[in-house]
Write a protein that binds this ligand. Structure first.
Ligand code: FAD
Length: 490
């Protein structure tokens, strides 16, 4: 794991919050463009240092990708189709970031500091299903197999095999006789084996029915999802956390603490021009159409690079080329509001995911409001294209998910109330999910100060990865450090 971290293949933590020394000259004005997590982190810390710091944000809300879609949420896709969320009051789905690993101390530290209440995000639920299709999945194809059955049966069978080997003295040279006895006791207990015959049989907590055959389980591919200890990040990590009420509670926490007057919403930045004396930023009020020019000494650009690449901004040619070279993921999520929490009532699944090869990416159950009446399922989560789904009308995208999900949960048809689809490539002011690839040299180039401007969005993160908010925090820290150093030089 440490080798992978050093090769930048693992998304670790953001490191230490920068301790900056030196105070800016009075009235040094910094504009931060974009009120996503990276921009908010930079602006919040610069404000503490004494800068006259203001944020311009195009949307009518803070948070950017941090978006808990709920009743009344709305957006119009590039291409023209508009949605208005009709979920019941109090129901929501995180269509951007939704979970925070326990190791992401940068994000969690801000939650603590800003008073953002967290709850546990359940990544693995014993009763959740595996569902793999097609002949390659062997005898267990096209049927629901519970996580606890898979775990119990795989461990039981393997422990039985190991005990057989020991009974035939295959491990005599590796372990002393006493240690062999200790290992046998452990294997029997761990695998729920018969203590005298060492055979694996079904047991109460595994659930009804006979164990599945070991070979069938291996062919099914279920084992690929199981690790001795969950990875720090990913679909099985534990524990993870989520803000109560939606991920955007973090950005709202920044907004509350910084003071609403520091952040101008509905301010779509149109141009950024710098010279040796300062920077002029022009923004358009999206409600009135009025344009305003704001002067600043320095600017942090915390907008997605998909937007910067089309902006009227006088960056050096090679920096602009580096911006244009970055591609963004084709991330999408679909929330499905249900009249009844059938997965809890009928299937006894509380949080966690469906593990399947259905072409809907991740399908997940909410880690909140258990035992209440209604809930919102995450019906689809993908970071790559799914055929030409993105080109279909919204109603057809939702229908597509219902069709596949009903293979595992037939009740989904009758319990479905309404859906909301967010395909980030088609969302204005995003035009993509997160910066793809982990090209360290490119990220270093992107984060160099260009006279009076520095880019500071998750795409430029020096640590962690753009597909984690921890990366946005690290990028915000890096941008504020370099702009502070630049301001100190004058
Ligand atoms: C589908 C998905 C799932 C994810 N899941 C997780 C997860 O579970 N956990 C996790 O930690 N991370 C997750 N991430 C990653 C996380 O969302 C990002 O790392 C982080 O939110 C990026 O923050 P940012 O500030 O760099 O960018 P953004 O959030 O994109 O912020 C950019 C801001 O710039 C604004 N802007 C754009 N154009 C203009 C303009 N012209 N004028 C003014 N403002 C403008 C935007 O409106 C936006 O507010 C996920 C990302 C995606 C896409």
């Amino acid at each position: 794991m440490s080798a992978m971290s050093s090769w930048d293949l693992m998304a670790g933590a953001a490191g230490q919050r920068p301790q900056l020394s030196g105070r800016p000259a009075s009235n040094t004005r910094i504009l931060v463009l974009g009120a996503g997590l990276s921009g908010l982190v930079a602006a919040y810390e610069l404000g503490k240092l004494g800068y006259d710091c203001r944020v311009l944000e195009a949307r009518d809300r803070v948070g950017g990708l941090e978006w808990a879609v709920q009743r009344g949420s709305t957006h119009t896709e590039v291409g023209g189709e508009r949605q208005v969320c009709g979920f019941d009051e109090g129901q929501y789905v995180n269509v951007g970031p939704w979970r925070i690993p326990y190791s992401h101390e940068g994000v969690l530290g801000y939650c603590r500091e800003l008073g953002v209440p967290l709850q546990v995000f359940i990544n693995e639920a014993e009763n959740s299903y595996f569902y793999f299709q097609g002949a390659a999945a062997g005898p267990l194809a096209n049927r629901r197999v519970r996580m606890r059955e898979v775990r119990a049966d795989l461990t039981g069978h393997i422990n039985e095999l190991l005990l057989k080997a020991m009974d035939q003295h295959a491990l005599d040279q590796l372990l002393t006789a006493e240690d062999q006895e200790r290992l046998k006791t452990f294997l029997v207990r761990e695998g729920y084996l018969d203590s005298s015959t060492h055979a694996y049989k079904a047991f109460e907590n595994r659930g009804e029915g006979d164990p599945y055959d070991l070979v069938a389980l291996l062919q099914g591919g279920f084992g690929n999802r199981l690790r001795s200890v969950p990875a720090v990040e990913g679909t099985a990590a534990a524990p993870m956390f989520q803000p109560i009420g939606g991920m955007d509670q973090i950005s709202k926490g920044f907004q509350r603490t910084m003071g609403a007057e520091r952040i101008t919403l509905n301010a779509e930045v149109q141009s950024v021009h710098q010279d040796d004396r300062g920077v002029k930023v022009v923004y358009r009020d999206t409600r009135t159409g009025k344009t305003t020019e704001v002067p600043a000494d320095y600017v942090i650009v915390s907008m997605p690079l998909t937007i910067v690449s089309g902006l009227d901004i006088n960056l050096s040619d090679d920096l602009m080329q580096a911006v244009k070279d970055v591609t963004y993921s084709n991330s999408a999520k679909i929330g499905l509001a249900m009249k009844r929490r059938f997965w809890e009532e009928d299937d006894h699944i509380f949080g966690g995911h469906l593990y399947s090869d259905l072409p809907i990416g991740e399908f997940s159950y909410p880690s909140c409001d258990y035992f209440t009446r209604k809930g919102v399922l995450l019906g689809l989560y993908s970071n790559g294209p799914i055929g030409n789904l993105i080109d279909q009308p919204i109603a057809e995208r939702i229908e597509y998910v219902l069709t596949y999900a009903s293979k595992v949960h037939p009740q989904i048809r009758t319990e479905f109330e309404s859906g909301y689809a967010v395909f980030w490539k088609k969302v204005p002011y995003s035009l993509g999910g997160y910066a793809s690839g982990r090209n360290v040299a490119r990220r270093q180039r992107l984060s160099q100060v260009d006279n009076r401007i520095v880019i500071g969005s998750a795409a430029t993160t020096p640590r962690s990865a753009p597909d984690w908010q921890e990366g946005a925090v690290a990028a915000g820290w890096q941008a504020l450090e370099s702009i502070h150093a630049r301001a100190m030089r004058g």
